[in-house]
Design a protein around this ligand. Structure first.
Ligand SMILES: Cc1ncc(COP(=O)(O)O)c(C=O)c1O
Length: 437
């Protein structure tokens, strides 16, 4: 069978180091040699590969960047308007002021806003501002925050020690060794690990950086405890809302927990597939941005702010987060039910709009690969993650879950017969990138 996507991907690997621009979109992570790899067209939850095959995306939905669904008509109309009026000019676009007002309205604790265009980049801006504000170097962090030097510095000289904290397999190659010891990890819900960092480095702690929520709910007192430590040490408290933002409420997930940071960072949840990121914060902290050189040409283009305004307004008007939670809840409960009926053991986790499961046992990677293989054969892009969008309907979920049950039965039978690997039409998928929380 023709697979133009795989052929193109083979060529890509000779032209583009690593094959793709994002680790999480590498075909090897899903279905080596067989994943369609490239799309021709995407609309809502429908996606067509280069051979014209149609799939329903019950997978990562543009790795979380298409919260309203691919090519949302309202956002795209607004973007077309921006294109008509010119997306780049000698003067600034007024929408960046309008967006600042909207973000501050949604987060009344915040007073000022800066922009960039990607999540990791925005986190690097936040770290720079925190270091400029405090005049200190060390960052205590929990979770994944991008590819920049400040973050990967955590892996310098740490050997196995960081396996539980960071991203196994991420080499800090190319990051100056002098940054070793400047980024120190603590685990979610482990306040004592943050306390241990503070005990040693409290005087030089510039920032405490974490997602407000990811795989697990915060234990009572955890977020409040982090806030108290930030107050005590003078470190800047930053919530990374790049993934959680706008999925659990209209704004940062931290709004749900009643714990206010000094800065919060938004990106892929805010602009439905168009590059945009925002760093919001108190005036006291954000004004330090004026002491440091933080500046980039394309942070002034118009499409990002226009797409963000349209996305956020739609999220607010339609209570999109409620839909995402509902879809995620249906999927999480459906996975459990289907697995039980089929006789496979799975563990489900993740906040509802970004749901995740794993197969139990030492064959779990092969089982995951078989899952993607058999789902693909039945017209679904599917993996161990389901990122809900506003375009997913209860009917999509219902049909998907019926197919899941069918595929779980195939997997259960293969496990019983010891034929999981033998049933794979290509190599087993590789997952050398797991999240902290
Ligand atoms: C919590 C968090 N922070 C930062 C990033 C990095 O964002 P980007 O991939 O846009 O650079 C991600 C991306 O997955 C993320 O989930």
């Amino acid at each position: 069978m023709s697979n133009q996507g795989q052929n193109l991907y083979k060529k890509a690997k000779t032209l583009i180091p690593g094959g793709t621009q994002l680790l999480s979109k590498r075909p090897e992570r899903f279905l080596p040699d067989l994943w369609p790899a490239y799309y021709d067209r995407a609309k809502g939850v429908d996606i067509w590969d280069l051979d014209g095959n149609h799939y329903i995306d019950m997978c990562i939905s543009g790795i979380g960047a298409c919260m309203l669904g691919a090519a949302d008509p309202d956002v795209d109309t607004a973007v077309r308007g921006a294109i008509e009026k010119g997306t780049m000019a000698t003067l600034n676009c007024p929408e960046e002021v309008e967006l600042a007002e909207l973000l501050i309205e949604l987060h009344p604790w915040a007073e000022q806003v800066r922009y960039s265009r990607c999540g990791g980049e925005a986190m690097a801006v936040a770290v720079r501002i925190a270091r400029a504000k405090t005049g200190r170097d060390i960052v205590a962090f929990c979770g994944y925050h991008g590819w920049h030097d400040w973050y990967l510095a955590a892996n310098i000289g740490s050997g196995e020690a960081l396996k539980e904290h960071l991203l196994p397999g991420l080499e800090p190659s190319g990051v100056p060794r002098a940054l070793g010891g400047t980024a120190l990890p603590f685990r979610y819900n482990h306040l004592e690990e943050l306390e241990a960092i503070v005990k040693k480095h409290g005087e030089n702690l510039a920032a405490i950086i974490m997602e407000p929520i990811r795989g697990h709910d915060p234990q009572p007192g955890f977020l409040e405890g982090v806030r108290a430590i930030a107050n005590r040490t003078g470190a800047v408290f930053v919530f990374d809302e790049v993934s959680a933002g706008f999925r659990l409420t209209c704004g940062g997930a931290h709004l749900l927990f009643g714990v206010t940071p000094d800065m919060a960072v938004f990106a892929k949840g805010m602009s439905n597939g168009y590059p945009m990121a925002a760093i919001i914060g108190t005036q006291e902290v954000m004004s330090a941005a004026e002491k440091s050189f933080i500046s980039s040409t394309y942070w002034t283009e118009r499409i990002g702010p226009v797409a963000a305004l349209a996305t956020i307004r739609k999220c607010r008007e339609k209570a999109v987060h409620e839909h995402l939670i509902r879809m995620g809840d249906l999927v999480q409960r459906g996975w459990q039910k289907a697995a039980k009926a089929a006789g496979v053991e799975i563990a489900v986790s993740g906040m509802k709009p970004m749901s995740h499961f794993v197969f139990a046992g030492d064959k779990n990677r092969a089982m995951a690969t078989l899952f993607s293989q058999e789902m693909l054969a039945r017209g679904y892009l599917a993996s161990l993650d389901f990122y809900a969008t506003y375009a997913h309907t209860a009917s999509h979920v219902e049909k998907y879950l019926r197919v899941c049950e069918e595929v779980f039965c195939i997997i259960a039978k293969a496990v019983k017969e010891g034929s999981v690997e033998a049933m794979l039409k290509g190599p087993t998928s590789r997952s050398d990138f797991s999240r902290l929380t």
